[in-house]
Design a protein around this ligand. Structure first.
Ligand SMILES: Cc1cc2nc3c(=O)[nH]c(=O)nc-3n(C[C@H](O)[C@H](O)[C@H](O)COP(=O)(O)OP(=O)(O)OC[C@H]3O[C@@H](n4cnc5c(N)ncnc54)[C@H](O)[C@@H]3O)c2cc1C
Length: 404
């Protein structure tokens, strides 16, 4: 198989990039190792800046016609008291909210739009296994598909294969790891109509519970000390269930549905960043270039902003032919500082609120943060901009050159 561009990974970064390139007339193939988008490791946030990009692309109405929830503020419950950590109603974007849509629906929507362009191909159940190198230059990938091994020759491979990227590892690009003190246990908890849905996270005694409203259930995440899962398992499910209802007592009737550790998934959290995002024939973006933690719910936005910037820089030259390393480096030049800024913010959040071993100290710091947000409303406006738009919001500069 041959394509001008082969995108490895059908997450937010890969699917958005595939769509934008195909819309600009670049022949692109996107490989996704899973057979569907039903992966629970994804967050569900579709940020105001992503909604703005959908508006610029003329597909916002189609997106908003799908079932979703609109969060006009991010509300936390800290030690039983609620406060708005970010209010999105003053954002200078068309949508003054963050949409929550199960990510498989969002990706399904985007791939549906992309499939209208003849130069877009999506290969599901297809896992890139190896980069193909010629004279030190990446010239394609080998992949394992439903019918066996396939070879894809490409002028450019873009690694969008997430925080455990095999492509970046094979490319031997140097990585800086910033260390993270927590992992996340991810599970579904049934929801009844009387349960509150406007609070995104419950914080008490230095513990964090994230609750994402997905119609008839919550996607719930509880932060644990890195490496502590074995101990939590050996302490038993009853104790684990208690730790959840201690944070959100209204979950008491629902928590009994959690009867097996198979219902609980360990997600390892990391924050790292490539020193160089590109080498000849290969570019890494999204978590593959800079793995993000869930702190602040900003990783998906950053991945999509990378994809928009990549298409803005590469679509035109790629339509003409292969692109040089100097051109690939322009993507990193554009996206480096927003990435550094947001990762520094996540490291700061971890250090302040998650790293202190003493739960009372963690709780005290959270309460001081809540007090600061309530006292200085400008802080919640600032956080709304950072979460909703990111520090350098990208606009779609590519044109629809291909007929749908
Ligand atoms: C527990 C947790 C919760 C989070 N919650 C949020 C949140 O609410 N909001 C937010 O903004 N961010 C959140 N994040 C961060 C966010 O998930 C990432 O920053 C974001 O998903 C990065 O998008 P991506 O497209 O770069 O990578 P990913 O979303 O990881 O997508 C990578 C894709 O590549 C595929 N793939 C991997 N290897 C291969 C291969 N070899 N061949 C083919 N396909 C491959 C994977 O199946 C996957 O579909 C969370 C992170 C964690 C760990």
């Amino acid at each position: 198989m041959r394509a001008r561009c082969c995108v490895v990974g059908g997450g937010p970064a890969g699917v958005m990039l595939g769509y934008l390139l195909a819309r600009s007339g670049v022949e692109v193939v996107v490989l996704e190792k899973h057979g569907d988008f039903l992966r629970d490791f994804r967050g569900d946030t579709v940020h105001a800046s992503t909604l703005e990009a959908l508006y610029e692309l003329g597909i916002l109405d189609g997106f908003l016609a799908r079932p979703h929830t609109e969060y006009r503020r991010f509300r936390l419950n800290v030690e039983g008291r609620q406060f708005d950590v970010a209010r999105f109603d003053k954002l200078p974007t068309h949508c003054k909210f963050i949409a929550l849509m199960p990510q498989w629906d969002f990706l399904d929507f985007l791939t549906g739009e992309a499939a209208k362009y003849p130069s877009f191909r999506l290969l599901m159940n297809t896992e890139a296994t190896r980069l193909i190198l010629e004279d030190g230059k990446v010239v394609g990938v080998l992949a394992k598909g439903p019918e066996g091994e396939i070879k894809i020759d490409a002028d450019l491979v873009v690694a969008c294969d997430g925080r455990h990227s095999a492509m970046r590892q094979q490319a031997e690009l140097a990585l800086e790891d910033f260390g993270v003190p927590v992992d996340v246990l991810w599970m579904k908890i049934p929801k009844t109509p009387d349960m509150p849905t406007d609070v995104l996270a419950y914080v008490a005694g230095g513990s964090f519970l994230i609750l994402i409203d997905r119609a008839d259930y919550f996607q719930a995440g509880i932060l644990i000390v890195k490496g502590a899962f074995d101990k939590i398992r050996s302490d038993g499910l009853p104790k684990f269930r208690e730790s959840i209802v201690a944070l959100a007592p209204f979950l008491t009737p629902a928590i009994d549905d959690l009867t097996d550790w198979d219902q609980v998934r360990l997600l390892t959290v990391r924050i790292d960043r490539l020193k160089q995002w590109a080498r000849e024939g290969l570019l890494c973006i999204g978590d593959a270039a800079h793995a993000m933690s869930p702190a602040g719910g900003i990783g998906i936005n950053l991945a999509i902003q990378d994809a928009i910037a990549t298409a803005n820089v590469l679509a035109e030259p790629l339509r003409e032919g292969p692109v040089s390393l100097d051109v690939l480096r322009k993507v990193q030049e554009r996206r480096a500082w927003p990435t550094r800024f947001l990762q520094s913010l996540q490291v700061f959040i971890h250090r302040q609120f998650l790293r202190p071993a003493n739960p009372d100290e963690r709780a005290g710091r959270m309460l001081r943060f809540a007090w600061a947000i309530r006292t200085f409303p400008i802080l919640s406006s600032l956080l709304a901009r950072i979460i909703g738009m990111g520090p350098r919001m990208e606009h779609v500069r590519t044109h629809e050159t291909a007929a749908p």
